[in-house]
Design a protein around this ligand. Structure first.
Ligand code: IPM
Ligand code: MN
Length: 351
């Protein structure tokens, strides 16, 4: 098949991890007779330095024309002063909005060989296999922001339509998995959460009677996530709760560096990125974990290109590389740990 993929390396360790992803995509194209056209564009802080804006028009245009967008990471101390007028993060939020990718899938699976890599007890982690569906283009991230001399305001808004569509994505996913959906909110305090809960109950009752639904308050969910993570199947929640809880959930897998994500809308085009940030503290040293990005490529092959076999082969190659001991510093106690390139190479050689 032919496909156009926009590649946005971004900032910090972004370019290092996307370089491995590009090598993988090229190898898969070669092996399976596909024609992938990869177009790199500046984004985030790197784009601010080049053009003054985090999402330059040409970058956006390339992404809108592409079948899929692969992103490394953005941000860093250079652009994050509270006084800054433009920020890399505005580029990411703008891109998510422009692509209409309202559903952010963040799967969390524990690799048996990494049971010891987490700060949590192995017996709690065994067989954990859950997926977060985070609402990505609404809520407090996108509400009006105001700053006055001695106060500041962020508005949180959700519409019925926004809740309905994300719940449907989560419910369909639950149907294909173990049929269990947990919806997370703060309905004892927030009006948006009361709307969320009512709409979720109705959509599930009317459209997905065979999927079990449990409502959970976000504080309680944060606790149960590390108390009994195995019991979760699909979790759906609003934008900011999802942001926070998925960083927490990454420790179930052993490292933030392992978690991929797919951001999807109504069409096939998606935005794929590891959930980790730009990690300025280790940037440029070639030691970052590329697996979160490579697993994001697997999601890209599956969801945007429909290449299920290729996607599974890549998933298995990452798994086999971890099994064989190709582990970066965040997931091994052994010295010396694998470099980013060595981990990438371990996957390539297994494709
Ligand atoms: C994420 C990140 C972003 C978010 C930031 C960089 C804007 O933390 O993708 O989880 O908060 O959505
Ligand atoms: Mn985050």
């Amino acid at each position: 098949m032919k496909a156009h993929i926009a590649v946005l390396p971004g900032d910090g360790i972004g370019p290092e991890v996307t370089a491995e992803a590009v090598r993988c995509l090229n190898r898969i194209a070669e092996r399976h007779g596909h024609q992938f056209t990869l177009t790199e564009q500046p984004f985030g802080g790197a784009a601010i330095d080049l053009t003054g804006e985090p999402l330059p028009p040409q970058t956006l245009e390339t992404c809108l024309k592409a079948d899929a967008v692969l992103l490394g990471a953005i941000g860093g101390p250079k652009w994050s002063a509270p006084e800054a007028k433009v920020r890399p993060e505005q580029g990411l939020l703008g891109l998510r909005r422009a692509l209409g990718v309202y559903a952010n899938l963040r799967p969390v699976k524990v690799h048996p060989a990494l049971l010891g890599a987490s700060t949590l007890k192995p017996e709690i982690l065994q067989d954990v296999d859950l997926v977060f569906v985070r609402e990505l283009t609404g809520g407090i991230y996108f509400g009006e922001k105001r700053r006055e001399a001695d106060s500041a305001t962020d508005v949180c808004t959700y519409t019925v339509g926004e809740v309905e569509r994300i719940v449907r994505v989560a419910a369909r996913l639950a149907q294909q998995r173990r049929g269990k959906l947990v919806s997370i909110d703060k309905s004892n305090v927030l009006e948006t959460s009361r709307l969320w809960r009512q709409v979720t109950s109705r959509v599930m009752r009317e459209e997905f009677p065979a999927v079990s639904l449990e409502h959970m308050l976000v504080d309680s969910a944060a606790m149960h996530l590390i108390r009994r993570p195995r019991e979760f199947d699909v979790l759906v929640t609003e934008n900011m709760f999802g942001d926070i809880l998925t960083d927490e959930a990454s420790m179930l897998a052993g490292s933030l560096g392992l978690l991929p994500s797919a951001s999807l809308g109504d069409g096939r085009r998606g935005l794929y990125e590891p959930i980790h940030g730009s990690a300025p503290d280790i940037a440029g040293r070639g030691i970052a974990n590329p697996y979160g990005t490579l697993l994001s490529v697997a999601l890209l092959l599956r969801h945007s290109l429909g290449l299920i076999g290729e996607s599974e082969a890549l998933d298995q190659a990452v798994s086999a590389a971890i099994e064989a001991g190709a582990r970066t510093a965040d997931i091994t106690a052994h010295d010396p740990p694998a470099t980013t390139r060595q981990a990438g190479e371990a996957v390539l050689s297994r494709l």
